[in-house]
Design a protein around this ligand. Structure first.
Ligand code: ZN
Length: 108
């Protein structure tokens, strides 16, 4: 299944409810799912991570559809020619800075 098919599937399953909910609340659900994905990555097993990744993609595709964005085209336009910042593949941008905080250590 490619992204266009997945987006069409989400429209078929959830389109009516997504339109009733609207883009802002759908975006909020996407953020909630990203939080659940983070929790699964931090503490879950492979099955939980896979499910949460699928849920994040589902909400992302629902939001895309509500906003009239074809994600397959958008992704190709954005990343099809390599990194959108440096234009290379693999990316040659400087690495992101890393801080001292880790999700595996408690924050107090
Ligand atoms: Zn880059």
């Amino acid at each position: 299944m490619d992204l266009s098919e997945a987006q069409r599937l989400m429209r078929e399953i959830y389109g009516r409810r997504d339109r009733e909910r609207g883009a802002a609340l759908t975006a909020l659900h996407l953020v909630e799912e990203v939080g659940e994905l983070f929790e699964a990555v931090r503490t879950g097993g492979a099955v939980e991570v896979e499910e949460e990744l699928a849920d994040v993609l589902a909400w992302l595709l629902s939001l895309s559809d509500l906003l009239g964005v074809d994600m397959d085209s958008a992704f190709e336009d954005r990343y099809g020619s390599g990194c959108p910042k440096c234009g290379r593949s693999p990316c040659a941008c400087p690495p992101l800075p890393t801080g001292r905080w880790s999700p595996w250590t408690s924050v107090s």
